[in-house]
Design a protein. Sequence first.
Length: 319
Amino acid sequence: MIVRTDFLAGLIPRLPAMIAFFLVTLVSLAPEFASAQGRTVRVTTTMIERQPVEETGWAVGVIESRSSPQIAAEVSGEIIQVLADEGNSVQGGQLLAVINNEEYRLEHAQSEAELRRLAALMRNQELELQRSQKLYADNLVALFEIDAKEAQLEAIKQELEAAKARVAEIQRQLKKTRVTAPVKGEIAERYIDVGDYVQTGTITFDLIDVAYLRVRLPFPEYRAPKLSKGLDVRLSSVAAGSEVVFAKITEIRPGVNPANRAISVVIDFANPGSWRPGGSVRAEVVLEVRKHLVHYHNQLSQILWFLWTTQMDQSPGHQ
């Protein structure tokens, strides 16, 4: 059994009143105790055992997706096919929409032809250079003609490299006429329809990753000394029923929010199956575990624990 130390801490200010109540009760029962001399008195006992005691703090946050990319068109053109809609689950690399690629196919054919033309010119220039070098060896041509042939050959080589780069760019544009999902997730929003003309940078889909989720929790700044990465956290969500997810603190933001004097704690976790981005979540962080503390079981302790937790849960802003 795990007991929260904030219950014990909350009882400390009330100890004088409780002791006084206990003493008054003893005084009021003194006659009965006196009259009970010589008779059997019934005594109630309770078990005492040593158990670990947790000091915890809780906060309420909102579930987020760790990855929510916006998918933009990388080339301009007319949308000729839409293959995904809102709510659809998609895999990484899955085709979502198709942009008309006729213009890019024509440019690709033209650039390929230019590449072949320059390759033929380079071969021809290499042959002319070789002939000029033989003639120069026989003292039939001047040296400046060799230099001119070499310069022409180098210029053609540079043009050929530029043509190769142009072909590669057009091939990339052709590939980008197929709009695909960058990661696995679900389509949150669809912004295009067949017949729409999109420019480079036009947002086509919003995608959210529901497999890996994140929670940001505000904790009061006085909790800062006890908050650290790696602390155990128990997460629960109304939308997920009674299911509890066990995770750890992933990150603690360095600054304090001036609006509410709170520290932002980030927790990343894998979706157990039914959790959704946008839902609320209650997180209980185990700040410290004190081992082998004495704990006793009786009805009074259970009643006091229930009253204390009920009061604290109803207190505004309690963490």
